[in-house]
Design a protein around this ligand. Structure first.
Ligand SMILES: [Cu+2]
Length: 147
């Protein structure tokens, strides 16, 4: 669906060794979700998560009341064939960031309950291993994804 190069800077399964600490070290920018096309009940969402702490965190799941399912996916091109793979969790490195974009990681929404109209916004809940649940508002935008 989305032709993409490998996203750099994504480190999977990097475990934090420090003890638990309340959240607040994570910040989110550029949270957008693609306006749905007609009655097609799928969309994709993108954001950048920055971690200002010295300990890695992991995004474990995303929930949106707007859709039956929200999954983390990664687009890749292997031997000229575009594919999407499910991603179990995404590490936000210590003092680092991770970006979801049309060329790599994305949040896949399936079973949209109502069309997403450009100009609106929709809340999602992100669940992190250490920071817990974080509510994020995603702006609905017309985003052209290359096929
Ligand atoms: Cu996908």
């Amino acid at each position: 669906m989305i032709r993409a190069a490998l996203a750099a800077g994504v480190i999977l399964a990097l475990a934090g060794a420090a003890e638990a600490k309340p959240g607040g070290d994570l910040s989110v920018t550029g949270a957008v979700v693609r306006a749905s096309l007609g009655t097609v009940p799928t969309s994709a969402a993108y954001l950048t998560i920055a971690n200002s702490s010295g300990r890695a965190d992991r995004l474990l799941s995303v929930d949106c009341a707007c859709a039956r399912m929200a999954m983390m996916h990664k687009s890749e091109v292997k031997a000229g064939i575009a594919s999407m793979d499910m991603v179990g969790s995404v590490t936000v490195p210590a003092d680092g960031r991770v970006s979801f974009s049309p060329t790599g990681l994305h949040i896949m929404l399936t079973g949209l309950k109502t069309p997403l109209k450009a100009g609106g916004s929709v809340p999602m809940t992100l669940t992190f291993e250490h920071a817990g649940t974080v509510k994020v508002m995603f702006k609905i935008q017309d985003i052209v994804e290359k096929r």
